[in-house]
Write a protein that binds this ligand. Structure first.
Ligand code: ADP
Length: 236
């Protein structure tokens, strides 16, 4: 627990530090024009705003990261206290999968994410569409994180009898056999895997897969992984 608190605090503080620095820099820039002693030209003001724009984009991304971390922590506490409410409604699994894939393609445009819908759409299900989307997005972000930039990610949607399976395959670092059960546990991370994470997004709290398993099981479904070290993983 102590180790988890240490990691969680660090993970929360990293985006906060960068947001604070961005706000301070922006304030300094704005002060030069508002209330400054020397008159500035319109061109100078526009140049300043242009400099601030990428800074605001980065701040947005850090805020989204904080939002995800806090959201995961809240979800874990809801699950622990039996208060994770699902809003089941008729939904189309094809739509959910497509939206998640498009979302990740937009945020990682340099990665090749293929989608194979192995049955004619729609695939009607009764589900909390946001929560099922959260699971697929989590599989996708892990696949992107734990595989090298040039490798593809493949998403499949398969229907057999009246069961549907969504699988996300990567050609990344893989997971040792003895860890494949434990990764679904709360706080569990594969030792050493953080060094191979892509995108410099910290070490991770080890909550994502625990949340995925809880959400899918609450829908009456199952989760699993097939993986070979150094070859890649398929999460379904
Ligand atoms: P984290 O935030 O640490 O990524 P998760 O619960 O999503 O938490 O994952 C738990 C652990 O499982 C990760 O720390 C990583 O070691 C391993 N893992 C998850 N997805 C993959 C993947 N696609 N390839 C290799 N390892 C993975």
């Amino acid at each position: 627990m102590d180790e988890f608190l240490g990691i969680a605090s660090h993970e929360l503080r990293t985006p906060l530090t960068s947001i604070t620095a961005n706000v301070q820099y922006s304030r300094k820039q704005v002060r030069r024009f508002v209330g400054g002693s020397t008159a500035s030209s319109q061109d100078e003001a526009i140049a300043c705003l242009r400099r601030l724009e990428p800074l605001l984009d980065r701040t947005d991304r850090q805020l989204a990261r904080l939002d995800r971390l806090v959201g995961d922590l809240l979800d874990v506490s809801r699950i622990q206290s039996g208060k994770l409410a699902l809003e089941l409604a008729p939904a189309d699994l094809c739509d959910i999968v497509r939206d998640c894939v498009e979302g990740q393609r937009a945020s990682s445009p340099d990665r090749n994410i293929t989608l194979a819908l192995l049955r004619r759409c729609p695939v009607p299900i009764a589900a909390d569409a946001d929560r099922i989307g959260q699971v697929i997005t989590n599989y996708l972000t892990n696949a992107l994180r734990y595989s090298p930039p040039g490798t593809p990610i493949a998403v499949h949607l398969l229907v057999r009898d009246n069961r549907a399976r969504v699988a996300v395959r990567d050609e990344g670092i893989g997971i040792p056999q003895e860890e494949q059960q434990r990764i679904w546990e709360r706080f569990h991370r594969v030792p050493g895997a953080e060094h191979e994470r892509q995108g410099g997004s910290g070490v991770g709290l080890g909550l994502g897969l625990y949340l995925c398993a809880s959400i899918v099981e609450r829908h009456g479904g199952q989760v699993g992984v097939e993986s070979a070290l150094g070859k890649g993983s398929t999460f379904w």
